[in-house]
Design a protein around this ligand. Structure first.
Ligand code: SF4
Length: 364
């Protein structure tokens, strides 16, 4: 198909086939690719100016993880001297700090701890919700749900329902990296498979638990595998019950290599370039025409590139992330406070609006 015909298909809001998406990514000039993505953002959001942002705090439940992914500098083995499980007192201190600056959402993530049961998470969520009734818990990930399901011999739906009843408000899409079992066998063989990741999300969508979709790219995956990843996300979203949340956003970020085992195995691996990030955000908006929000990743690519992506498909600047330990441990060095994030959005020519974890604006 000629490039011009693919452009027309995109603007007609038709799903691209894999071959069409690959041709578009390879052949379209960046200005045209980002133009198309920006047009779709205008159509899907019915707006071309508002950019969402949120105050939240990323707290790690534990740094113990049996998966030991090769790109992860954060995880520890159970008996490592610096391994930890966050205590209730520590949560209270961190949540109080977040409340003082207006945040109401905790992003709770951790590792696959061999000893933490479903009851541990249920009790934790209940305790936090009884102490802070208006707190929103955006917690765990499909990898942890698969781990807990195996440990408890329960299906994903049962685990998610119990966590949801205990206070889980939404499920982050972390741990997707690239949804290809070839890639996962090399970089994270002990983590959930691509099919398991997808099945957890399907189960979450059936009980109307909002989720997010992510992609970490720019390491050993091929372009084919990236496009397959995006098409799989589009397919999962298409299966959700019509009025349920499903994936409320898609967040692509770049692999951070610093001092990871993967860097030792593949010393020639180069981080994705600025142009690659900008083009990937754009092709994501184009393929994922059934996911409303595309969040740019200032944490991994920096303010300037993140600003450019607002003209190429992205409509959300993400969180000020009061505390982030996982990506930072592999070299991401950027940070924002709430004034700086709004200033950056304005500087790029957009209107910053604070939102909640469902991507609903809480100011107009
Ligand atoms: S990326 Fe997540 S699952 Fe993998 S080792 Fe690190 S904490 Fe564990």
């Amino acid at each position: 198909m000629r490039l011009i015909d693919i452009y027309q298909k995109v603007l007609n809001l038709e799903n691209l086939t894999k071959d069409e998406a690959i041709s578009l990514y390879i052949d379209a000039p960046t200005s045209e690719l980002t133009f198309l993505a920006h047009e779709l953002r205008k159509i899907h959001k019915n707006d071309d100016k508002k950019v969402g942002w949120i105050i939240d705090r990323n707290v790690n439940i534990t740094n113990v993880c049996i998966a030991q992914c090769k790109f992860c500098n954060f995880c520890r083995k159970p008996n490592d001297p610096d391994s930890y499980i966050t205590s209730l007192e520590q949560y209270i201190e961190k949540i109080d700090e977040m409340y003082k600056i207006g945040g109401r959402q905790l992003l709770l993530q951790g590792g696959l701890h061999p000893d933490l049961s479903l009851n541990f998470y249920v009790n934790l969520f209940k305790q936090l919700k009884s102490l802070y009734p208006d707190l929103k818990l955006n917690a765990l990930s499909p990898a942890e749900i698969v781990h807990i399901s195996k440990k408890e011999n329960l299906n994903y739906s049962e685990v998610l329902s119990k966590l949801n009843e205990a206070g889980l408000d939404s499920l982050p899409g972390a741990g997707a990296e690239i949804l290809s079992d070839r890639v996962r066998a090399i970089v994270s063989p002990a983590k959930c498979t691509a099919t398991q990741w997808a099945d957890v999300m399907r189960a979450a969508h059936l009980i109307n638990l909002p989720t997010s979709a992510t992609m970490m790219f720019g390491f050993i995956e091929t372009l084919n595998e990236r496009i397959d990843h995006l098409i799989l996300l589009r397919d999962i979203q298409a299966e959700k019950p019509k009025n349920n949340f499903g994936f409320v956003t898609f967040i692509p970020w770049t692999y951070q290599p610093e001092n990871t085992k993967l860097q030792n195995l593949y010393p020639d691996l180069k981080k994705a370039s600025a142009i690659e990030y900008i083009r990937t955000v754009a092709i994501s908006r184009i393929i994922l025409n059934n996911i409303q929000n595309i969040q740019t990743s200032w944490l991994t690519v920096g303010k300037d590139i993140a600003q450019i992506t607002l003209y190429g498909g992205a409509n959300d600047f993400g969180s000020i992330m009061i505390e982030e330990n996982v990506v930072s441990a592999a070299g991401a060095k950027y940070s924002f406070d709430k004034e700086q994030i709004q200033k950056s959005i304005k500087e790029a020519g957009f209107v910053p609006l604070q939102r909640n974890q469902k991507y609903e604006f809480i100011e107009q």
